[in-house]
Structure formats: structure tokens, C-alpha cells
Design a protein around this ligand. Structure first.
Ligand code: SAH
Ligand code: SF4
Ligand code: F3S
Length: 451
């Protein structure tokens, strides 16, 4: 067993959405205060914590696989404590505790991270299994300053939880009810981020545009955040199509700091399926919203999420999804096969009856159509001049190209093939806003040279 007076080393692994990445930053901050040390290599850790995602079966299987492989690698002679955090913690507490092969030592749900020091102590020093998966109506961690990675972008959760209960989705159960931080509290944090050199903030929430604090809505919050000097760009994710008042779109159009990108999850294009999903809009309402957005912000980049093979979805109904995809021409789309989640309304009411082969066929068709649209949309950028925010290169390779993102969130690779290009690029630093001309495009990335 680990000695209590030792400085314990933790390896924290994170799956899932940006909110989980952000929560891991909160967890690091909370535990660093208690003198824990964080290491990258799980082989050097005394405690491995897995911040998990429960959104689809696949996410959940990966975590089980990882726990088994950690247990197997470390063996009996070099044991390690394992803690499960995040959405699987709330969702599968019982299974996790009872599964003897996993030997989980402690479990903490998304609203219990302040109790982690105590949970770890109980598990470590007293050798008991410990857990807290209580969901709170108030916890926003507004008093915890996340331990962020260096870079140009800082995530900042402005609201947590979800009240929408889309019937396929586990999030309302794993993360509880919506609650928002006060605008002053958010703005204070953004000021501190600007002083630390961050150039971009991304406001996060499971339904970020449902943000509400007393009389203040999301438009008010965005406007206040945009007044912070030093922050050049503001992004937000993930919004729900139901909360796009004109006032917000007008603010977005008029405010140069608010990036012209909206991730607008469609999920499905057929009214019967949308109703069964409890998405609260019809195909026509979604299309009208897109028209309204484009009328107010012509340069908007739109991306989306789509689920194929929701229970009882027919081929004809799936065609409606394809039709919306063709009509809207999203810049890109994340596509998922429906995955039944324990406890959700869909899992209780509708058997997962679309065969796997049909789901595969639908996702392949959708993917082909979207790939062409994405390629065309990206190619349309060739010849244009864009301002990109230079980011740290992805990956650790020393010869990695310099990269940045357009206002619309498209990844741009700076070409340094000729000596002249190289000399120009050398002047750019991470965090700079650089003017570049797009000279080439693939479905995944734009290539550019400095102007
Ligand atoms: N709050 C976000 C969703 C987060 S989950 C929103 O409303 O946009 C991200 C995406 O995962 C969802 O948009 C949906 O497309 C997908 N998803 C959620 N539950 C799923 C399930 N049971 N099966 C397949 N995909 C799912
Ligand atoms: Fe899930 Fe729907 Fe809430 Fe998004 S809005 S988190 S899909 S329940
Ligand atoms: Fe996954 Fe939870 Fe995010 S289920 S997608 S980590 S909110």
C-alpha cells in the first residue's frame, strides 16, 4: 500500500467531450492544492484516474478495456489504485463497484470533484472502496480555477447539466440539472485568462445557449465576455437549436470577437424521428433557423451532429436526414450510429431495432455525401485571405508544421516548402493573429501561405 506521507503521483486519463477535458483541469487544480503530483505515464503513477464518457457503448467499452489493461500490466507486485470519474461514474456506479475483475478503488461523479481528496484518502489510507456520485443543483465549480495546459485557447464552463432529455441521451442522468455561473464570475475568470496570455476562450455547457443567471441570458454573457481586453476570439459549444433568439444572432453578427461558427446539432431530419427523440423542432423549423442564421451572418460556418438508426427509423425517414444535409450544406458533421444507453427514455420505450448492417449502410451513405460537401466547402476557401490564430502544433514531432484556425474554426496548415515561405513563417509565434492566403484544401485541412 502507498504510504500516506508520500507525495502521491496521479495519472489522469480523459475521454469524452470538451466538458470532460475541462473537468480534468478542475480535478488537477483541486488535487494539486493537496500536494498530489501529476504524471503523464501511467506506469509511474500511484493512482490512475479515468475521467470517463458514457455517451455511446463504444466510449464505455474503451474504459473497461483500459482498466483491465492497467491491472494486467501492473500485476500484483506493483499495484495501483484506480479511480473512475466522469459520466460513467454516475451512470454505472453499481456495476463498477460490483465488478470484481475491475477492482475500482474510488468513484467520483461530475459534481463531486471537491470531495476527491477525501475519497482518495478513504480508499488509500483506510483501504475502503469510496464513492460519491451525488448530482447537485448548484455545483458550478465557480470557486475553482482550473489548472490549464498552456496554449492559446482556454475552456471555461459557464453552465453545467442538461434539462432537455433527448430520449437517446444519457447526459441529463450523468450530469444532472442545468445551472449557470454568474456573469461577473465568468468575466473575472476571463480577465485572469487574458492576463495569463490566453487569446481565445471557448464557453462551454451541455446546452451552452440555455445559459441563464437571474435575468441574464447567453447573449448578455457573450457581450460581457467580449469586452475583456486581450481576448481576441470567443467561441461556444454546444448549443441547442431551440435557443437562438434574434438578439443573440444580431450580437454574433455585429461583434467581431465572436467567431462565426455554430455547431448546430441536427440529429435527424425526419419529423416523426425528431419527435421521438424529443428534440423539440421539426425539419422545417431547423431549416428556417439555418436560413435565419445565414441571413444575419452570411459567412457563418455550420457544423452538426447526426444519429443514424434511431429505433424504428425507416429508409425513407433516413432520406429526410440526407435531404436536410444536402439542403443545409454543413461545413462538417459528426455522425454516430444510435447506441442504446441504460436508463434513457428511448431504451425503456423502444427496442434498438435497426440492424447494425443497416446503421452501417446509412452512416456510409451519409459520410460519402458529407465528405463531398466538406471538400467543396473547403475548396471554396482557396484564394481567400484569412486571419488565423496560431496554435501549438498538434503532436510533439519537432518538424510539425505551424497550424492555426480561421474564424470559422477550420484548421490551417502553414506551408513552408520554399525557403521564402519558411522565412515568413518563422516570424509567427503561437498566439499571433496571422494573415494568410489559402492555397490548397483537403476535406480535413486548409493549406496556406503568409501574405
Ligand atoms: N449537448 C450536446 C450533445 C452532447 S453529446 C448537444 O445537444 O448537442 C454529442 C453527440 O453525441 C450528440 O449530439 C449526439 O449526436 C450523439 N449522441 C448522444 N447520445 C447518443 C446515443 N445514445 N447514440 C448515438 N449517438 C449519441
Ligand atoms: Fe443530450 Fe439532448 Fe442534453 Fe444534448 S441537449 S446533452 S443531446 S439530452
Ligand atoms: Fe461523454 Fe459525459 Fe461529455 S457522456 S460526451 S463526457 S457529457
Amino acid at each position: 500500500m502507498i504510504q500516506p506521507f508520500e507525495r502521491k503521483k496521479i495519472c489522469l486519463l480523459t475521454w469524452g467531450c470538451q466538458m470532460n477535458e475541462y473537468d480534468s483541469e478542475l480535478v488537477r487544480s483541486i488535487l494539486k492544492k493537496e500536494d498530489y503530483e501529476f504524471v503523464k505515464d501511467e506506469r509511474q503513477a500511484d493512482i490512475v484516474m479515468l475521467n470517463t464518457c458514457a455517451i455511446r457503448e463504444h466510449a464505455h467499452r474503451k474504459v473497461y478495456g483500459r482498466v483491465h489493461s492497467i491491472r494486467h500490466e501492473r500485476g500484483k507486485r506493483n499495484p495501483v489504485m484506480i479511480g473512475i470519474l466522469g459520466c460513467m461514474a454516475t451512470n454505472l456506479r453499481q456495476d463498477l463497484l460490483e465488478d470484481r475483475s475491475l477492482k475500482i478503488d474510488f468513484i467520483a461523479g461530475p459534481d463531486s470533484y471537491k470531495r476527491l481528496p477525501q475519497l482518495i484518502r478513504e480508499a488509500c489510507d483506510e483501504g475502503q472502496k469510496s464513492y460519491d456520485v451525488t448530482l447537485s443543483e448548484f455545483e458550478t465549480y465557480s470557486d475553482v480555477y482550473p489548472s490549464r495546459k498552456e496554449g492559446v485557447n482556454a475552456w471555461i464552463a459557464v453552465m453545467r447539466g442538461c434539462n432537455n432529455f433527448c430520449t437517446f441521451c444519457v447526459v441529463p442522468y450523468t450530469r444532472g440539472r442545468e445551472r449557470s455561473r454568474s456573469p461577473e464570475n465568468v468575466v473575472d475568470e476571463v480577465k485572469r485568462l487574458a492576463a495569463e496570455g490566453f487569446k481565445q476562450v471557448t464557453l462551454l455547457g451541455q446546452n451552452v445557449n440555455s445559459y441563464r443567471y437571474e435575468d441574464h441570458d447567453f447573449a448578455y454573457l457573450m457581450d460581457e465576455v467580449s469586452k475583456v481586453e486581450g481576448i481576441e476570439r470567443i467561441r461556444f459549444t454546444s448549443p441547442h437549436p431551440k435557443d437562438f433568439p434574434d438578439r443573440f444572432l444580431e450580437l454574433m453578427a455585429a461583434n467581431p470577437k465572436i467567431c462565426k461558427h455554430i455547431h448546430l446539432p441536427l440529429q435527424a431530419g425526419n419529423d416523426r424521428v425528431l419527435d421521438m427523440m424529443n428534440r423539440t423542432y421539426t425539419k422545417q423549423e431547423f431549416l428556417s433557423l439555418v436560413d435565419k442564421i445565414r441571413a444575419k451572418i452570411p459567412e457563418i460556418v455550420l457544423t452538426t451532429d447526426i444519429i443514424v438508426g434511431f429505433p424504428t427509423e425507416t429508409d425513407q425517414e433516413f432520406d429526410d436526414t440526407l435531404e436536410v444535409v444536402q439542403k443545409v450544406q454543413f461545413d462538417s458533421a459528426f455522425m454516430f450510429k444510435y447506441s442504446e444507453r441504460q436508463g434513457t427514455i428511448a431504451s425503456k420505450k423502444h427496442p434498438d431495432d435497426v440492424p447494425e448492417a443497416v446503421k452501417t449502410e446509412r452512416i456510409v451513405r451519409l459520410n460519402e455525401i458529407q465528405k463531398d460537401i466538406t471538400a467543396r466547402k473547403n475548396q471554396a476557401h482557396i484564394g481567400q485571405v484569412h486571419e488565423i490564430l496560431i496554435e501549438p502544433p498538434a503532436g510533439d514531432k519537432p518538424d510539425a508544421h505551424m497550424v492555426g484556425r480561421t474564424d470559422g474554426n477550420k484548421l490551417v496548415l502553414l506551408k513552408e516548402d520554399s525557403p521564402l515561405e519558411k522565412r515568413k513563417v518563422v516570424f509567427f509565434k503561437i498566439g499571433d493573429m496571422a494573415k494568410v492566403r489559402i492555397i490548397d484544401a483537403t476535406p480535413h485541412v486548409l493549406k496556406a501561405i503568409p501574405v
